[in-house]
Design a protein around this ligand. Structure first.
Ligand code: ZN
Length: 81
């Protein structure tokens, strides 16, 4: 269970990693998935684009399967709006 806080030191989303399923995080209201990109000519997901609702950091999240599903979270930057 991730503890979300915004004390200025850093957002809990920086702790997201290989075990963090972006679809579950969206269901729980922590992030919004803004785009879902599929591999060419297939139903396999290549990556998601998402924004942390707490700190507005944008992420590219590559979905990969190696024995089990895992995700590669890449920080794209912060959207100050
Ligand atoms: Zn965040």
């Amino acid at each position: 269970m991730i503890e979300w806080h915004s004390n200025g030191v850093g957002c809990s989303c920086s702790l997201l990693g290989e075990d963090s399923n972006p679809r579950h995080l969206e269901e729980d209201g922590f992030i919004t998935i803004t785009d879902t990109v599929y591999m060419n000519n297939s139903n396999y997901i290549d990556y998601y684009l998402a924004i942390c609702l707490n700190c507005q950091t944008q992420y590219k999240i590559e979905e990969r399967e190696y024995h089990s599903l895992w995700w590669n979270w890449i920080k794209l930057g912060q959207n100050k709006s």
